[in-house]
Design a protein around this ligand. Structure first.
Ligand SMILES: [Fe+2]
Length: 385
């Protein structure tokens, strides 16, 4: 029987080239005149933060900037952002950046109306009160965080990424302007794009996969297959960027509804312990976990192969499914993604503790289409090494 779906999205989604110009009217509808922009120093240097503050200043909206977000942020970053939010007396937060900036904005908006202790939010449905309003503006195409109820933080002590999952984390406004991604360097375009691909593939094949969400996932896979190479090869191609932004948002639609699986679970220790960017960690593991999961649903993997442009006519069901793995390997190769863990200075001795740590990510392992034992986790890391 198909399970009941509880589908929620951000309050509003404003999507398209030039969507940034809609920011003042979106804030006016929220009745907000003073905001804190949560971003990272790179976006300030690149002038993208200025393009947002220009729009705010033009509309007479008062703003302050917290630019202390780092990649795969530690919990301590949240404390700095919370302090900046209190100092600015902001009425709303604007998350501007990749997944890290959006996640810090989401968490901070919840801390302001709940507790100072972020550890209390870890897990599912642990945020009791409504948050301060938040507008999320992605500048990469991958995370889907702008439309998801999830925020990920690095717990340095546990050497693991920890997830906060709550409907309170949905954006009041998700504002996706693909022109903000035009200057993104090829390597970040590549690994964030594979993150979006991983969201879609895991959502289409995990135990929670649902026919209502399948369309989002399959369309995202097709868009990424057709456009990620172009976006990496020629970053200022507005059509490729638009399609990747759409794929990322569609992947985000899958996150709150059916979520991901073992790729994300096994990627967390790589990010938490060795600071491997999330998309790189996913891409290292994706082909091996697809191969491991293949027997759970050959038809679905065969369908992924076809959506990615592979001919499956005349092949056995098993051979057709394997084409999906081949399609992903080829895509990652074409866009220059590192394919072995050893190339990232991860010692072989880390495999055992990473496998043990990954087993704790039951939130995701429990929905992987094939049971992942400790032995299986070890074997997958070894294959990716
Ligand atoms: Fe992800």
């Amino acid at each position: 029987m198909i399970r009941m779906l509880d589908f929620q999205l951000s309050g509003r989604l404003i999507f398209g080239r030039g969507a940034l110009s809609e920011l003042p009217s979106a804030l006016a509808r929220l009745n907000v005149g003073r905001v804190l922009i949560v971003t990272d120093p790179g976006l300030v240097r690149a002038g993208i933060c200025a393009s947002v503050t220009d729009v705010l200043a033009g509309a007479g909206i008062t703003y302050a900037i917290f630019d202390g977000v780092e990649p795969d942020p530690r919990m301590a970053v949240v404390d700095g952002c919370l302090e900046a939010a209190r100092d600015s007396s902001c009425e709303a937060l604007i998350g501007l950046g990749g997944g890290s900036a959006l996640d810090i904005a989401k968490i901070t908006s919840a801390l302001l109306t709940n507790t100072d202790d972020v550890a209390q939010f870890i897990g599912v449905d642990q945020i009791p009160n409504p948050t301060l309003p938040k507008v999320l503006i992605p500048t990469t195409s991958g995370t889907g965080s702008e439309v998801s109820p999830i925020a990920i933080l690095s717990d340095e002590d546990a050497h693991l990424k920890k997830g906060v999952v709550s409907p309170r984390l949905y954006a009041d406004v998700a504002l996706v302007d693909s022109d903000l991604t035009l200057g993104l360097p090829p390597h970040i375009t590549a690994y964030t794009g594979v993150d979006a691909l991983t969201h879609a593939i895991e959502a289409y094949t995990n135990k929670y996969a649902h026919p209502l969400v399948d369309g989002f996932a399959l369309h995202a896979i097709e868009l990424i297959s057709n456009n990620l190479r172009r976006a990496v090869a020629c970053g200022d191609d507005p059509e490729a960027r638009f399609s990747m932004a759409m794929a990322s948002t569609l992947g985000g639609f899958c996150l709150g509804t059916v979520n991901t699986g073992a790729v994300h679970a096994l990627a967390y220790p790589l990010g938490g312990e060795f600071d491997v960017p999330h998309g790189v960690a996913n891409s290292l593991l994706l082909p091996y976990i697809m191969r491991y999961n293949l027997i759970s649903n050959l038809d679905r993997f065969a369908h992924i192969a076809r959506v990615m442009g592979y001919q499956t006519e005349g092949l056995s069901q098993r051979e057709a499914a394997e084409q999906a793995v081949e399609a992903v390997v080829q895509l990652c190769r074409d866009i220059g993604i590192v394919s072995r863990m050893r190339d990232l200075d991860v010692p072989e001795s880390a495999i055992e503790p990473m496998a043990v740590a990954a087993m704790d990510v039951t939130r995701l392992l429990s929905i992987n289409p094939r049971t992942v034992t400790l032995d299986a986790a070890r074997a997958i890391y070894r294959q990716a090494y």
